[in-house]
Design a protein around this ligand. Sequence first.
Ligand code: WTA
Length: 635
Amino acid sequence: MSQFHIKNLEEYFQVYRKSVRHPEIFWEEIAEEHFLWRKRWDKVLEWDFNKPEIKWFEGAQLNITENCIDRHLAAKGDKTAIVFEPNNPEESAQHISYTELYQRVNRMANVLKAKGIGKGDRVCIYLPMIPELAISVLACARIGAIHSVVFAGFSATALATRINDSDCKLVITSDGSFRGAKTIDLKSIVDEALTSCDCVKTVLVVKRIHSEIDMREGRDLWLQPLLDTADSNCPPEIMNSEDPLFILYTSGSTGKPKGMVHTIAGYMVYTAYTFKNIFQYNDDDIYWCTADIGWITGHSYIVYGPLANGATTVMFEGVPSYPDIGRFWQVVEKHRITQFYTAPTAIRALAKEPLSFVENYDLSSLKVLGTVGEPINEEAWHWYNENIGKTRSPIVDTWWQTETGGIMISPIPFATPTIPTFATLPFPGIQPCLMNEASEEITGNPAEGRLCIKFPWPAIARTIWGDHQRYKDTYFSAFQNKYFTGDGALRNHTGYYRITGRVDDVIIVSGHNLGTAPIEDAVNEHPAVSESAIVGFPHDVKGNALYGYVILKETGEERNQDNLRKEINQLITERIGPIAKLEKIQFTPGLPKTRSGKIMRRILRKIASGDTSNLGDTSTLLNPEVVQDIMDNVL
Ligand code: WTA
């Protein structure tokens, strides 16, 4: 049916119009025709952005794993659900059929149950990109447990914060992970984290790198022997539409990470529907998203969206540069990838390398290319289009967020004409708007302002775990009756959207969201530091990199600045993870502050990006003289 599979621009406009005029009928028809429900809903939508409260398909019952696995078994039992491509190209890839996935998920679900995990319990998953990661996610969903996947690049402190915030009872991890030529000792990170987490009673350990690790008696168990004796049938827990499916932490501009809560039915419907259209998935396609399941992109577009469509989805354990910088293209050739979805930062890094790394491989299987996570610059877009897509494969520049659950603004390939750097048009059901500083909607085109969404869509996060007030304050307070994204955008004369970037204190580095406050907290922990301010500055591969302005305590003694820089970055690595390290650290006697004591980040951002032409009005500063000092010593 065309509504589920939009094939041209005219269809898009028709479907879009319907989705806006009759949203409830629109989503109801999709939900009815394409999913398996144990009980039908009583009401399609109930919402109030002021409370805020959003409910989709209330009263319905289902299990998302029946939709992602069981219902495909009859017709597609032998079809490959997951292709696992290991870090080392010498190790064979695994092809996990839907039947095998069913058995492995069910065994895992039974292991979790045997360890006392049930509906509503939180399970933390801290694993590398190996099949057990997807299997653990689905096993939680099978029994109604709430998964909280923590990206395996986060430090022990960051992991502990996330485990404690949602009171996880059980952690699933591995002895270690392979990352290019390196191995990472994940289990010892977990051990360290758990010294401050009393809530965790059990740790299940996957053997991946076969290293010597400590197993704590009474708490830690090897997973495989438990799986070997577990039953391969586990009846699905029948869940309500609005029961939580998972928690996924994302950085906020202040304070601790926000545990975004996604609920089952709306998330399922939306990720499945967007996946089908935005990747134009057809039954024999082999789809590959290079993200990690530790991020929302992996949740929605490696696991749930593809599997709900009975697709073949690739999980890649490695990195783009191992064993050499041609790895992505080698994998595309090897598995005959049809849809390839990656981040602009990866494209920029690969575009710097000789073209021979691309030309060595046959990329003729590719039909659709995608990007996500940050704005893609024009140069990278053209490189991707010409060298990877050979100008034949449309690029879908997909804008969305952890909070939105699924893609919100994106071209539909072969339907929406693309323009580099534009995410183009809203997906059906999405009603974006641009707001000015006076909180008024800017109508007409072209326009530029703060990007908001006026009407709920099924995959919007329902709350922040344990802090509904923060959910309201962050997303529904800046503009009356609208969801505020935190992004700025412009809309051109044809109504196409281009995302211009964050308008808050979140900085996107290599596609990862980083809040400045937690990094500043880590820097300030250093005994020599009295105060710090962190801003982003443009970086040709990472998109943005972090620039730290640091005030040292007056002690009268000379300190070696390079050593201090190393120690500060070491602290950040321990507290947050290596992704948050500062690219540049400038020691300064002061920070520009307003009379009310607020750091003027706007000025610091300009100086860090090498633009000192127009710093605007500095007369309101308490200490204008410091600006000249900072400019004189900029790195
Ligand atoms: C940014 C990732 C420009 C944006 C799915 C957003 C983008 C944040 C794009 C969310 C894009 C994501 N063009 N910017 N196509 N996609 N962003 O939560 O600033 O990790 O608010 O979700 O990434 O990042 P998150």
